[in-house]
Write a protein that binds this ligand. Structure first.
Ligand SMILES: [Zn+2]
Ligand SMILES: [Zn+2]
Length: 463
């Protein structure tokens, strides 16, 4: 097979011009494998061209820092960065491994198998005698060609070979580990990593345990897509680390993150999603009650005293203090999130007045002491949200009336909620209250039940 064959393949040339609905069944059956073979040949040709560029040191333009970046951008959108990287890697290793290249170009070997074999032979275990390498290469090509061993089988074989010669396989080499967390322009944080198989196993096991779907109160399926459930699971892992980690923990206090927050930003001006639009915002941001519950604290901008002014959405015209809630690493935080986090002090808010001066706020005003947490565990036993029941260790103590609005930190004003339902209570029209039976009750949003008939807490009945 070769480039000549691509030109000479009349079958695919005919198909390119054909009106597909006119083709016979036999033509379809013969056409698909012929196209697959041609695609492979064209891919091999592309790898050959890239290899030639690499050898000659061709620099396609000055805009793209590497051949990989250039490849991913030309033509734009057809190759991901990962695919482009694999093409460049394959092109490079095949130059040094003509036997593997021949098997790949002939169509006997898929690209991923060729890459794995060539990479192994290029960098064999140090204790493997050099003269054995061609032998192993031949055997590996034979066993993987024409639909032999798949990629998993090949990996097993390579792992065993490395093991036999006393080398740590790449999958288990922790020196190759990388983990990056970088902030984007809009304030989010992008996470990227490459870890060894054991770490990956720990991560996947933890994510799988923590990301199980949570059915709704009526048994309806969890509305979160899988990626969101995995993200929630990751958040839960971090939270548990902070709960039992190196930070000072006393009496149930959980001071994890530090947030600089104006006392006015904690007052009840975020609407809490109740949509009743009562009055104007008390904090002087110019916003109105009942509209900011799920949104950004748009009226608040980071002022000149913020120290991290690069993160602020603007400057000057914010709240009287000139500084909306600010986190130490990632900058501004919406008032809605600040209230939820401050509920059980997963953050340590440093409360400041309008002049930016820290105020003394009694610990008893906001922290849930260990004795109260124990009493809450006896009463609620788990996340109290109907149908949830996540274990108490996963829960926050939610203040029904926020402490910043004068709510007491006691049994009559707190309820255990897992992080998911804590967020739901703060950001939606779900409400919680303590009934005459001294137990939590949950009032669903009008969209779910027009009568908003309260539902008993998880594991309780409406008796
Ligand atoms: Zn809360
Ligand atoms: Zn829950």
């Amino acid at each position: 097979m070769g480039i000549g064959e691509i030109r000479g393949d009349e079958q695919t040339a005919t198909l390119l011009d054909a009106e597909l609905w006119r083709l016979s069944d036999a033509q379809l059956i013969a056409g698909v494998p012929a196209v697959t073979a041609q695609i492979h040949l064209l891919q091999a040709l592309r790898v050959g061209l890239v290899g030639e560029m690499t050898d000659r040191g061709v620099v396609p333009d000055r805009v793209h820092p590497s051949l990989k970046n250039w490849l991913a951008a030309h033509p734009v959108g057809l190759l991901s960065e990962g695919e482009a990287a694999r093409i460049v890697d394959l092109a490079r290793v095949l130059r040094a491994q003509p036997e593997v290249a021949a098997a790949y170009e002939s169509g006997a070997l898929r690209g991923e198998l060729a890459l794995a074999i060539a990479a192994f032979c290029e960098d064999p275990p140090p204790r493997m005698p050099q003269e054995r390498v061609p032998e192993y290469r031949k055997v590996l090509i034979e066993h993987t060609s024409h639909g032999g061993l798949g990629i998993q089988g090949l990996r097993r074989a390579l792992t065993k070979l490395r093991d036999d010669y006393g080398q740590i396989p790449p999958a288990e080499d922790t020196d190759r580990n990388e983990f990056c967390a970088s902030q984007t322009l809009n304030g989010r944080v992008v996470i990227k990593g490459d870890v060894d198989s054991e770490t990956g196993e720990m991560l996947l096991t933890a994510l799988s345990k923590l990301s199980a779907p949570v059915p709704g109160p009526g048994g309806e399926p969890d509305p979160r897509p899988a990626a969101l459930r995995r993200a929630d699971a990751f958040i839960e892992m971090l939270r548990r680390f902070h709960d039992c980690g190196a930070g000072p923990v006393e009496g149930g206090e959980k001071p994890h993150l530090t947030v600089l927050v104006n006392i006015n930003d904690l007052h009840h001006c975020d609407g809490d999603g109740d949509g009743d639009g009562e009055g104007g915002c008390e904090c002087g941001c110019g916003g109105e009650a009942g509209q900011g519950g799920k949104g950004e604290a748009a009226g608040h901008s980071s002022g000149s005293g913020g120290g991290r002014s690069g993160h602020g959405p603007g400057s000057g015209s914010g709240s009287a203090g000139g500084l909306g809630p600010q986190m130490m690493w990632t900058g501004p935080l919406s008032r809605a999130s600040t209230r939820r986090l401050a509920c059980d002090c997963i953050i340590t808010p440093i409360i400041i007045n309008n002049d930016g001066v820290p105020l003394k706020l009694g610990r008893k005003d906001r922290l849930v002491p260990a004795s109260l947490r124990r009493a809450l565990i006896v009463r609620d036993r788990c996340c109290a949200f109907p149908g949830c029941g996540r274990p108490a260790a996963w829960t926050d103590a939610h203040h029904i009336v926020h402490w910043a609005d004068g709510g007491e930190t006691d049994l009559s004003n707190t309820v255990l909620l897992c992080r998911y339902h804590h967020r739901l209570i703060h950001d939606s029209e779900w409400e919680v209250f303590i009934g005459p039976d001294l137990l939590p009750w949950f009032r669903p949003p009008g969209s779910r039940d027009p009568d908003r008939k309260p539902l008993p807490a998880h594991g309780r009945t409406a008796a």
